[in-house]
Design a protein around this ligand. Sequence first.
Ligand code: AMP
Length: 192
Amino acid sequence: MLNIVIFGAPGSGKGTQSDNIIKNYGLFHISTGDVLRDNIRRGTELGATAKAYIDRGQLIPDELMIDILASVLDSHKQEAAKGVIFDGFPRTIAQAEALDVMLAERGTAISTVIGLEVPEDELVQRIIKRGQLTGRSDDNMETVQNRLNVYHNQTSPLKAFYEQKSLYQAIEGTGSIDEIFARIQAAIVQLG
Ligand code: AMP
C-alpha cells in the first residue's frame, strides 16, 4: 500500500496536488476539510459543531477528528485497498500519533510525507483568490491570519516529527501546478 500524507500550510496546494496524485496512482483521497464541509452542507450535527471552529480558523478537537478519520477509513476499505492520500490530517502531534496507531492496527503504515513549502505572502494571496472564486467561508482576510497562526503553533511541529522518522520530503510548492507535481512524482518514485 502507498499511504501518503500531503502536508503544508493552508493554501500550499494540498487539495490540487492530491487530485493529481489520485489520478496517477489510484489512491483513495481523504480530505478532512472536505469531510467537514460536506457535513456542514448536509446540515448534520457534526457539521454544526465543525462550522463554529472552521469559521474562526481553529482546529476541530483532536478526539473528534481522530474518530472521524477512523470511521472514514473503515467505511472505504475497498477504495483504500491501494493506499490513501491523507490531505489535511494530521494537523497536530496527537493526530499524528493516533494515525500511526490506526494504520498499524490495520496492518499498514505511512509511506511518505510530502511537505509543500510555500512562502507566507504567496499563501495569503492564494487563499484570498480561492475565497473569491469559491466563496469558501474561511478564505477571508480575518480568518487567514488565525489559520496561519494555528498552522505555525500546532501543525508545523509535525515537520520535525516526520523528519525524525525519515518520512518527510520537502517539495518546493511554487511554480506551475505541473512543475510542482513533477517534483512530487520524483519524490514518490524514490520510494521504489
Ligand atoms: P482544510 O480544508 O484542510 O484547509 O480545512 C479547513 C478547516 O477544517 C480547518 O481550518 C479546520 O478548522 C478544519 N480541519 C480540517 N482538518 C482538520 C484536522 N485534521 N484537525 C482539526 N481541524 C481540521
